[in-house]
Design a protein around this ligand. Structure first.
Ligand code: APR
Ligand code: PHB
Length: 394
């Protein structure tokens, strides 16, 4: 097989990159380890920045998002039994976010790929990139017991945190930056109406809680739990009780509860590798960086990497601008580090780190009090939450 761009991974990064490239006449093949159904069964976040919404529009996959997504012009912070609204639109000159699940984005991208006729090989085992330092890289993989070879010009590593792409770069060429947090998020998805029209990020002495949503009839809630917590120990009743205790009383009183349709625990991590490229391989999205979910930045950062690589490859193929290639990593990282900072900071501000009422606890309280009583404080949250501008290559 032969193509221009070999894309490893059919998550949102790989599918969006493939769709954008196909529309520019740049041939690509996607190799995915799992089945399409498996990819769609993963429950992930659901807040899209304006930049990602625009990119989905450019990719021509905005029809259902326009109809079923919900623009949000504010989010709330809750603490000390009260709520403060962050007026995203008012503080950022009219910018908003779109609440539309990653699963739905993925579904739309899969449908678009089917229509465009692009090749996606699902259940491709043992995917391996080769000869990345040469002008003729290729990727091998196993399918139906046969080993196949895909020759290409470039490889896009869109295969997530546990993928093969990052591991294909010699360890001494990469610098890893990592921070683990001493807690995780227990998440529940339920077919109940959301407790509020806007997302609520709550700080409480028992730990952080988040009220989010997928639609007017489907909610997504989270509570902070210790890292070693076992999901089996959380009945639905226990989850709802704990969530209520962490919310302002008037919010808790309105919370509609019901059976969970998904329940899982995810650890929180900050992670970045530098550089995000090696020879003809580019790392995109979770393959290169992870943020704790507190700022809803994971998927959005993947989209900004896709934006950078897409514009770079269009210039390479249409204008012969191979001189831009070395700029990929530094262009992406500028924005990534700012989103890493915001996600780490929101996490530090809102989570419980100690059982004691210690100095750090008072600092958190004072910071929240300050931020929410100052227009400058609220603006710094708002402009990061809606998403910082995309970096340009030149
Ligand atoms: N070979 C082929 N495919 C692979 C391999 C491999 N060795 N390893 C992983 N994959 C596939 C996974 O099965 C998955 O479908 O790559 C895909 C990676 O998708 P995601 O993990 O969703 O990563 P990405 O596309 O970068 O999506 C952005 O940001 O914070 C997150 O929730 C957010 O998942 C979202 C991500
Ligand atoms: C979600 O809806 O799953 C969600 C929303 C906001 C976050 C994290 C997760 O910050």
């Amino acid at each position: 097989m032969k193509t221009q761009v070999a894309i490893i991974g059919a998550g949102p990064s790989g599918l969006l990159l493939g769709q954008l490239l196909s529309r520019q006449g740049i041939d690509n093949v996607i190799l995915e380890r799992k089945s399409g159904e498996y990819v769609l069964s993963r429950i992930r976040a659901g807040v899209l920045e304006q930049g990602m919404v625009d990119l989905l529009r450019e990719a021509g996959v905005d029809k259902r998002m326009n109809a079923e997504g919900h623009p949000h012009s504010g989010v709330e912070l809750a603490f000390d039994n009260r709520r403060v609204r962050v007026d995203l639109a008012g503080l950022t000159g009219g910018k908003t976010v779109m609440v539309y699940g990653q699963t739905e984005v993925t579904r739309d991208l899969m449908a678009a790929r089917e229509t465009s006729g692009g090749t996606t090989v699902y259940e491709a085992d043992n995917v391996r990139p080769h000869a990345l330092g040469t002008d003729h890289p290729y990727v091998t993989f196993d399918k139906n017991g046969e080993t196949l070879r895909l020759d290409c010009d470039y490889v896009a590593g869109c295969d997530g945190f546990h993928g093969v792409s990052r591991q294909s770069i010699p360890a001494d060429r990469l610098k890893v930056f990592e921070k683990l947090y001493p807690f995780g998020w227990l998440g529940v998805l339920s077919d109940t109406p959301p407790v509020s029209d806007e997302l609520i990020y709550a700080r409480h002495t028992r730990g952080f809680a988040l009220c989010s949503m997928r639609s007017p009839t489907r909610s997504r809630y989270y509570v902070q739990v210790p890292l070693d917590e076992e999901v089996e120990k959380w009945t639905d009743e226990r989850f709802w009780e704990e969530l209520k205790r962490r919310l302002p009383e008037e919010v808790a009183a309105r919370l509609a509860t019901g059976p969970s349709i998904e329940k899982s625990i995810a650890p929180l991590r900050s992670f970045v590798v530098e550089p995000m490229q090696h020879g003809r391989l580019f790392l995109v999205g979770d393959a290169a960086h992870i943020v704790p979910p507190t700022g809803a930045k994971g998927l959005n950062l993947a989209a900004s990497d896709v934006n950078t690589l897409y514009r770079l490859l269009v210039k390479v193929y249409h204008e012969d601008r191979t001189d831009l290639i070395p700029r990929y990593s530094q262009t992406c990282l500028k924005r990534i580090w700012k989103a890493e900072r915001f996600s780490w900071w929101m996490t530090s501000l809102l989570h419980k780190f100690s059982d004691e009422e210690d100095f750090e606890t008072r600092m958190q309280q004072a910071e929240l009090d300050y931020l929410t009583s100052s227009e400058a404080g609220l603006t710094t949250i708002a402009e990061n939450y809606v998403g910082l501008p995309y970096e340009s290559l030149e």
